[in-house]
Design a protein around this ligand. Structure first.
Ligand SMILES: Cc1ncc(COP(=O)(O)O)c(C=O)c1O
Length: 410
């Protein structure tokens, strides 16, 4: 057996299930889950129709690089969304969701024969980054994102020796769970560090299309992308930078398994080689549906309006009782709970009001005796509007009577 498998951590939802095994939720109240961040809005008809129309495609093997029409549709979207011009032949690879690509990329990039091979991750973070690093034979270094800095990761807290060993840095903007978007200055700092130490940046941007402002207001407009930041800073070769995104959240198709990576030509060439052996070509039906999805923005605007309505309805109910702000983007609320023991808080909420939220500690690692997820809960506003509002009412009622006790051990 591969000994590295033993280094993997249980997934946050598994740990939450264990932590709540003994709880019998209030029987009179219908369960509402704000726990799992899985999109639940309807899939647009144009995507379903394109998928069905492509059925005859089942008789062919797809290539790992995908059809030129798909790569052109993706490059077209990147151009319209970010003003970035990509060569669809060499700078775009379709992937079957960003999750597998974020994982596989580490297997391509990491050289475990170099002493102390390190992958730097934000903290809290999407757990795939850690599993990808460990299975590639690297070690992880975590960088806390703190409320005091608007949830920006404190990259300057990483020492020179760690950066010197770093081969790969994962960033997530808009962030899960914080919703924070990285500004240009933060990108500039990371590019400088990447130039100095030679590491690769994997930019996870799968929430980039869940935002709430309008184009006219740059402060609340569409989130800045990694390639866009590189272009603005004159790095049009995207050296050592690859972006990852998918249709899962943008187009409400988490079951389609469709996304893409784009950026540094040399890195993508190596990634394509890896993927050819890994066997992760996108099926022809999914490719056809994806072309339709990347070509349409009307459904994306409608989707944003649904999320905006939920934030508008839920925040006035929660803000009087919890320390919680509207995020820059994404569909999560990242709230501080009274007393700081979010596990006790979340267990009580489930027991008394049948509402599931995710304790922040499960999304982060302890570093130097501190867990930057502790004291916060993540609420995913993926349920229908009425359920989100009902959940917020129950959370408000619960919080008003909640009396923090001493900390429960994990
Ligand atoms: C931060 C982050 N990255 C990537 C993913 C993977 O999504 P997908 O594989 O559907 O693109 C998720 C899914 O929830 C996520 O939260």
């Amino acid at each position: 057996m591969n000994p590295l498998l033993a280094r993997l951590h249980p997934y946050p939802f598994e740990r939450w299930r264990e932590l709540t095994q003994d709880i019998v939720p209030a029987p009179g109240l219908a369960p509402i889950s704000l726990g799992i961040g899985e999109p639940r809005h309807a899939t647009p008809a144009l995507i379903e129709e394109a998928l069905v129309k492509a059925l005859p495609g089942l008789s062919r093997y797809p290539s790992t690089l995908g059809e030129p029409a798909l790569r052109e549709a993706i490059a077209g979207w990147v151009q319209r969304r970010y003003g970035v011009t990509l060569d669809p032949a060499r700078q775009v690879i379709p992937v079957t969701g960003s999750r597998e690509a974020l994982f596989a990329f580490a297997q391509t990039v990491i050289d475990p024969t170099k002493p102390g091979a390190t992958v730097v991750c934000p903290n809290p973070f999407y757990q795939i980054y850690e599993g990808a690093a460990l299975l590639a034979g690297a070690q992880t270094a975590f960088v806390a994102s703190d409320p005091a800095r608007g949830f920006a990761a404190d990259w300057d807290a990483v020492d020179e020796a760690t950066w010197a060993r770093t081969q790969l840095l994962y960033v997530c903007s808009p962030g899960n769970p914080t919703g924070a978007v990285m500004p240009l200055a933060e990108w500039q700092r990371l590019f400088e560090l990447s130039d100095r130490h030679g590491f690769v940046i994997a930019s996870d941007e799968c929430y980039s299309e869940i935002w709430f402002g309008d184009e006219a207001d740059p402060a609340r407009g569409a989130p800045l992308g990694g390639l866009q930041a590189a272009m603005r800073l004159g790095r049009d070769d995207f050296r050592n930078l690859v972006m990852f995104t998918s249709l899962s959240k943008r187009s409400n198709v988490p079951g389609l398994r469709s996304g893409f990576v784009a950026g540094d030509t040399a890195l993508l060439k190596a990634f394509l080689l890896y993927r050819t052996y890994h066997g992760s070509a996108m099926g022809p039906l999914v490719q056809a549906a994806s072309i339709a999805a990347w070509g349409d923005e009307a459904h994306v605007r409608a989707n944003q309006a649904l999320y905006r309505a939920k934030f508008d309805a839920v925040l006035p109910l929660l803000q009087p009782v919890l320390d919680v702000q509207r995020p820059d983007a994404a569909f999560y609320l990242w709230a501080a709970v009274p007393g700081g023991d979010e596990i006790a808080y979340a267990r009580g909420l489930l027991a008394q009001y049948n509402v599931a939220v995710l304790p922040g500690r499960l999304l982060a690692r302890d570093v130097g005796g501190r867990n930057p997820g502790a004291g916060r809960i993540r609420m995913a506003l993926v349920a229908p509007l009425a359920d989100c509002v009902e959940a917020a009412r129950r959370i408000a009622a619960y919080t008003l009577t909640y009396r923090p006790t001493s900390r429960e051990p994990l």
